[in-house]
Design a protein around this ligand. Structure first.
Ligand code: ZN
Ligand code: ZN
Ligand code: ZN
Length: 373
């Protein structure tokens, strides 16, 4: 998350996003938003400082004034170039940036603070403005970045296509006799070759490791007869990819084939449930019902999906209890799985976007069980 996002969005695009954020904050009863370096700042302004540091960088979005970026003086030139739609308020070492910041805020107001703001900075702000209160930006405005515009959807589709190209290539490498970590390195190399600037995860979970959805890669040597869960993604041009496929080394058993078919059917059912107005939990229910009806319900041990955009995991979540209705332009994963402890796991995952007519997959490699060497 360093450097600038490519100049695909204009200053007007960022201004529109910031205006939308201020309106949403007002609707949520917030006096404004305090945005630290990270995905919210990139999405709102296009600016990604080299690294979040102990020097305060903070975007102030309030209804009564233009957006202000409080920024260390030594980073101000980069910020001016990276965030064209902003007024900068720079501060030099030795000065107190917190007093200067809180002077721009209302005492007694409630502010949404980006989740990844450093505690150091928030504690100092609280001290400088003790009558104000603070809320997690993600909890207060979970849908702020959820609905993608046409340009964002193009970038999401391109990231998905790059992940798909990665899957097409990885099927050609030998699996049997190599360590999971070696295949994982191949996945990372391919993602980068197909344009990813950041690789967030490369899961290669072979045989019994596949039964643990949190397994990433290990030293286990993949054997003939293994099911292997592959789950990989990252950022390409600032937008995320995340796809899973499960392959088999050599001929699978009837049971392996049956479980794979079941997960494929569940993934299809989750996908088919996607349309505007349907609650997120309905996507989870549709996928889960297929697996439960087949008697494997206790082996599907995670939510069906998560949102994705400028990060690879974010709201909305496809989970029981989430009543948020789907809106055209939302992007999220549909990724049911079955995990048989000590034996093997299967997961199939596509990123899906909501259109007026239903879901559109941003991953479209075969969901059949692929046999690898
Ligand atoms: Zn097998
Ligand atoms: Zn995934
Ligand atoms: Zn995922």
């Amino acid at each position: 998350m360093t450097g600038r996002t490519p100049a695909r969005f204009t200053a007007d695009d960022y201004r529109a996003r910031m205006e939308r954020a201020v309106r949403a904050a007002g609707d949520a009863g917030l006096a404004g938003l305090l945005v630290a370096p990270g995905p919210d700042l990139v999405w709102l302004t296009g600016y990604a400082p080299p690294a979040a540091t102990e020097r305060l960088t903070l975007l102030l979005l309030t209804p009564d004034r233009d957006p202000v970026l409080v920024v260390p003086a030594l980073e101000a030139p980069d910020a001016a170039a990276g965030a064209p739609a902003l007024t900068l308020r720079d501060w030099t070492d030795g000065k107190d940036p917190y007093a200067a910041t809180t002077a721009l805020l209302d005492t007694g107001g409630r502010y949404g603070v980006s989740d990844n703001a450093w505690a150091l900075h928030l504690l100092r702000l609280q001290k400088a403005l003790p009558d104000s209160s603070y809320a997690s930006l993600t909890e207060a405005l979970p849908m702020l970045r959820a609905v993608k515009d046409a340009a964002e959807l193009e970038l999401m589709a391109a990231a998905g296509a790059a992940a798909d190209a990665t899957y097409e290539e990885i099927r050609k490498v030998p699996f049997a006799g190599r360590r999971e970590s070696e295949v994982g390195a191949d996945l990372a190399g391919l993602l980068r070759r197909f344009g990813h600037s950041q690789v967030d995860f490369t899961i290669v979970a072979s045989g019994p490791n596949g039964a643990n959805p949190h397994h990433e890669v290990g030293d286990r040597v993949i054997e003939h007869g293994d099911m292997v869960v592959l789950d990989f993604g990252g950022l390409k041009d600032g937008y995320g990819s995340d796809t899973s496929r499960t392959v088999h080394v050599g001929e699978p058993t009837d049971e392996e084939r049956r479980v794979h078919d079941l997960v494929r059917e569940a993934q299809e059912a989750g996908f088919r449930a996607v349309r505007p107005g349907v609650a997120c939990q309905e996507v989870d229910r549709a996928a889960r019902a297929v697996i439960a009806d087949a008697g494997y319900g206790e082996y599907f041990i995670h939510r069906t999906g998560h949102g994705i955009g400028v990060t690879t995991h974010e709201p909305p979540y496809m989970i029981e209890g989430e009543e948020q209705p789907l809106v055209p332009g939302m992007c999220f994963s549909v990724e049911p799985g079955v995990y048989l402890p000590g034996r093997f796991g299967v997961r199939i995952e596509d990123i899906v976007t909501v259109t007026e007519d239903g879901g559109r997959r941003l991953n479209d490699t075969t969901r059949e069980l692929v046999i690898v060497d």
